[in-house]
Design a protein around this ligand. Structure first.
Ligand code: CP3
Length: 354
């Protein structure tokens, strides 16, 4: 029998509410963590920003460990998400990447076969070693009830940034390449699929108990393209991880997928489905297997606004999912302007049974 190197970590399921939900249990009240829970809305995060640029923060285990722990210390979240970024993979493949203040990520765009051939998969394992070191440190630093989450971008979303060279409203260059230079785009997606699967197994072996696949731009695609560039590569990644590390759980986040959401859930085989702000959880619950854990989906603007609406909307989501395996979260990341007290109020609202 092949020994599973991360098996000891998996034995902690009973002590970890988030992991219990991922194993199919309807835990009440539900566990909570937030996308972008480590970020600029926290004064202690902003204080660390002066020390190093963003990539250095991601690649320095001392700093990345500290940034991951900040929201855990402050709020006692049930999940700790590794401090890193989905664009670490293209950077590790050798694509030039910079994070520019006020503009976000800027990359040297991949537009031709020559651009693609310059990427070098042989360096990824070594370049990403500090990320796995951060996870290993976190396994000893986290409270025993906290689930450690690794993550990656999905091949389609990462390809969007790689081809476009940065953020965009519509990622038209990427989606045009998929249509007019399909073989080239497929080669890029295949490379990302293979590398993402390998990288996530590495994160699991370093201590991640579950991994999140962020497909932030999945919803840009019409159904036929969605099946080809979102469902198919995601299924390959999920199959690879399930075969290699059967105990590890995968949360898929096909943002803005709308009517394709249920098909994503059933065809990719992911272990939990993260729902974006626009999803009606009752509709998603009714159109997916009743055993499938759902995550989400409070509007980040409701968290920003705070007050009584925050408490009542959070409880409405929580209560509507009672009896179903559910992980409380936002429908997208915490906004930078969010007052940290609002996050404390949210955690309290979700955990207090009235
Ligand atoms: O708390 C966490 O969620 C952990 C870490 C995390 C970051 N990025 C840190 C980060 C995670 C999970 C991500 C994922 C990510 N990165 C996604 C998918 C989720 C989503 O938001 O849709 C995407 C699309 C990216 C790419 C990316 N990284 C963009 C577009 C930007 C610029 C936007 C911005 O807020 O500046 C980043 C930078 C980034 N990633 C920051 C952080 C904390 C801000 C940089 C800084 O603090 O200097």
């Amino acid at each position: 029998m092949v020994r599973d190197p991360s098996f000891p970590v998996a034995r902690n399921v009973a002590a970890k509410p988030l992991l219990r939900v991922l194993h199919g249990e309807a835990v009440w009240p539900p566990p909570i963590w937030l996308m972008r829970q480590a970020g600029r809305y926290l004064p202690e995060f902003r204080a660390m920003r002066a020390q190093a640029d963003f990539l250095t923060r991601c690649m320095t285990p001392d700093i990345a460990t500290e940034l991951t722990l900040q929201p855990i210390r402050r709020y006692g979240m049930d999940g700790a998400i590794l401090f890193s970024d989905i664009l670490i993979l293209p950077w590790a493949l050798g694509q030039k990447l910079e994070f520019i203040e006020g503009r976000g990520p800027v990359l040297d765009p991949i537009r031709t076969r020559a651009d693609l051939d310059r990427l070098d998969r042989s360096r990824v394992e070594e370049v990403t070693a500090p990320v796995r070191e951060t996870l290993r440190r976190l396994t000893t630093e986290l409270p025993s009830h906290t689930t450690l989450l690794g993550f990656a971008g999905s091949p389609f979303t990462v390809a969007c940034y790689m081809v476009e060279g940065g953020g965009s409203r519509d990622f038209a260059a990427t989606r045009t390449m998929a249509l007019t230079e399909t073989a080239l785009f497929e080669r890029l997606i295949d490379l990302l699929t293979e590398q993402t699967a390998t990288m996530l197994v590495g994160q699991i072996d370093a201590g991640a108990e579950a991994v999140v696949l962020f497909d932030s731009w999945a919803g840009l695609l019409p159904p036929s393209q969605f099946r080809r560039w979102v469902i198919k590569p995601t299924r390959r990644i999920v199959d690879h991880i399930h075969a290699a590390r059967p105990h590890a759980k995968i949360i898929g986040f096909p943002r803005l997928a709308g009517v394709m959401t249920a098909e994503y859930a059933s065809r990719t085989g992911c272990d939990a489905l993260a729902c974006d702000t626009g999803a009606d959880l009752a509709v998603v619950a009714a159109s997916t297997a009743s055993t499938l854990p759902l995550q989400g989906n409070l509007d980040p603007v409701i968290l920003l606004a705070g007050g009584e609406t925050l408490v009542s909307e959070a409880r409405a989501i929580r209560d509507s999912m009672r009896g179903r395996p559910h992980i409380f979260n936002l429908g997208h990341g915490v906004m930078q302007e969010t007052p940290p007290e609002h996050v404390a109020a949210l955690v309290k609202a979700v955990r207090t049974l009235t």
